[in-house]
Design a protein around this ligand. Structure first.
Ligand code: PRP
Ligand code: URA
Length: 210
């Protein structure tokens, strides 16, 4: 059985996703919103990090506080659009390593084409959170996670902002062990493989290309 996906219901996330969808939102605002949503999502996705007791001395006395125990994180954005999520993620977890996987969808077949992969050397000691704002057919996420699994990380989570039901199903079937986090589960894909209602082409909106 695949893990039940986490679909954000927080009002702040829903509000920001609505602004993100708006076609009048500028690239600058779009990048800021992606960063803010990612921060809120990473907060949820790190809820299960183990913690341990540590002694700390306040100006008044010694006490026992809590710190994140040992487990190390790596964020792996799927290029290009996943890059828009990196700043938000490392803002919350500055000690995390960042790997990169370059994939683009062939416009006709909608199949992912790989062009780059650089992952942290110690990825086998890390928990990985894969970042990509869009989960459409699921081809890119399935492929990227397959590449990361070959390097034997401890655990993999996948974080997106908008998911289509088709992509969610494909990812759950291919990688049932991967916990999925998304800010919105949309209605469907159109005949060009775009998510509806979606937000258009995330990479183009982040980088101002067309
Ligand atoms: C987008 C998006 C995902 C992919 C999702 O990237 O960022 O990586 O499409 O589609 P899928 O689930 O059907 O594979 P795109 O191929 O447009 O490349 P880009 O980020 O370089 O613009
Ligand atoms: N990639 C995007 O950027 N947007 C979509 O709707 C589908 C794939």
């Amino acid at each position: 059985m695949p893990n039940k996906p986490f679909i954000a219901d927080h009002p702040l996330i829903q509000h920001k996703v609505t602004l993100l969808r708006d076609k009048r939102t500028s690239s600058k605002q779009f990048r800021e919103l992606i960063q803010e949503i990612t921060e809120l999502m990473v907060y949820e996705a790190t809820r299960d990090l183990p913690i341990c007791d540590v002694e700390v001395e306040t100006p008044l006395t010694k006490t026992v506080g809590r710190k994140i125990a040992g487990r190390k994180l790596a964020f792996v954005p799927i290029l290009r659009a996943g890059l828009g999520m990196v700043d938000g993620a490392v803002e919350l977890v500055p000690s995390a390593r960042v790997g990169h996987i370059g994939l683009y969808r062939d416009e006709k077949t909608l199949k992912p084409v790989e062009y780059y992969c650089k992952l942290p050397g110690d990825i086998h000691e890390r928990e990985v959170i894969v970042l990509d704002p869009m989960l459409a057919t699921g081809g890119s996420a399935v492929d990227a996670i397959g590449q990361i699994k070959k390097r034997g990380p401890k655990n993999i989570k996948f974080m997106c902002i908008i998911a289509a039901p088709e992509g969610l199903k494909a990812l759950q079937e291919a990688h049932p062990d991967v916990q999925i986090y998304c800010a919105s589960l949309d209605e469907c894909l159109n005949e060009h493989g775009y998510i509806v209602p979606g937000l258009g082409d995330a990479g183009d909106r982040i980088f101002g290309t067309k």
